[in-house]
Write a protein that binds this ligand. Sequence first.
Ligand SMILES: Cc1cc2nc3c(=O)[nH]c(=O)nc-3n(C[C@H](O)[C@H](O)[C@H](O)COP(=O)(O)OP(=O)(O)OC[C@H]3O[C@@H](n4cnc5c(N)ncnc54)[C@H](O)[C@@H]3O)c2cc1C
Length: 417
Amino acid sequence: MSAQRLPTPSSDHQGVREWVTKHLGHVSTDPYEPRGEAPIAIRGGQRAADAALANFEVRGYARRRNNVWPEKTRGASRLSPYIRHGLLSLQEVWDRVADGPDEDVVKFRDELMWQEYARHVYARVGTASGESLRFEVDERSARPDVDDSEHPWSSSALCVESAWQELAETGWLTNQQRMWLASHWSVREGARWRDGEDLMYRHLLDGSRAANRIGWQWTIGALTGKPYGFSRWQVEKRSPGFCTSCPLERNCPIAEWPSADEREPKPFTDDRLRQIDDLSEISGPRAWEQTRDPEYVWLTAESLGVSDPASAGATDVPLIFVFDEPLLGRLKLSANRFRFLAETLAELAEERELEVWIGNPVEVLAGRRLATTFAPVPGWRDRAAQLDLVAIAPWPWLQWPKAGSVTSYTAWRRARR
Ligand SMILES: Cc1cc2nc3c(=O)[nH]c(=O)nc-3n(C[C@H](O)[C@H](O)[C@H](O)COP(=O)(O)OP(=O)(O)OC[C@H]3O[C@@H](n4cnc5c(N)ncnc54)[C@H](O)[C@@H]3O)c2cc1C
């Protein structure tokens, strides 16, 4: 496969669809055809991100965050895809809610902190976050070839099936539904959690290894020893009236709690969770570091905002973005995820010269002097080590990483250094 420069995606709905099918069809999972009315997609691009943030009302968040159905009772912000791809920084989202009622602001900011925590853990342990961090989890069945048609979420139980459908059709779910799906997959069905995590990641517009793995690890009890059990009780509480329209209402397969043992905590096997020596390796630089003049700003999937620190610091050179073909060929992300990215790139290209490529990023970027924003993910580190980075902008941490324990969210928040 040789690298190829792609035309800039067009910004209209039909144009983006065609662009994704033509240029990324071979590395994506087919678009999922909605069964009923087409759901409202979360649109990519800085304008949509800014509008979503401006329109978000934090009042009522604490009470309504966990509501699932009816849809209009949900209190979640749906900002996650923009946060995931750096269109909104955690700091600006944090600041935006300052005027809200205390209870809601505290709860909302706590969730932003969970996102930051997931990033800190991932920055430390990287790909090892794909192993259970504290417990080996009992898994009855291994499903190495999980595909979209047959898996533990293909169920006649409406709560499970509708959550899976919503994920596949829209690429977004409430936190509650993510816990339901993850728990159903692993705690009740005993399937391999990494396969479920992969399938969820494939569809989530906000899919990040950092947050998705922490979400799964938490649900299966790999962090605390206590798995999260999902049963009819939560559906009745979070989706009142839902069960009455379920074909299995009188024969509910999740009427009882799944059997799951709580276990005595074991020591963490990865020492990096307790303490690290070289903080700079995971935090990146504190300030702009430059050795020579850049020729391009290399944009990554972590950093696609108009005010991405590297783009803002090197305004007179073109932007360049590479779809990593070898990696994407393995991940098989949904066409919907690519739709979101294409809309974002289309908008960036309206303001500034942008080259879009598909291929191996190291090959495409070889020989170019690059400015880029540090990203606390292992993929960035691997590639960065092979490229000519002449300017590196700091990552916009909400809290600067510390060397102490990240063995739990509570330990991380308490750590002083
Ligand atoms: C199994 C599972 C998988 C998950 N996978 C992802 C993922 O791939 N990417 C992702 O960003 N989040 C993930 N989450 C966390 C959370 O469910 C989503 O961030 C949240 O539902 C996104 O919707 P929102 O923007 O409306 O969130 P809101 O409730 O409005 O919260 C605002 C922001 O806070 C952050 N946040 C909220 N809850 C969490 C949380 N529990 N953990 C980490 N950050 C949080 C997100 O950035 C979110 O956008 C997962 C949770 C579980 C249980």
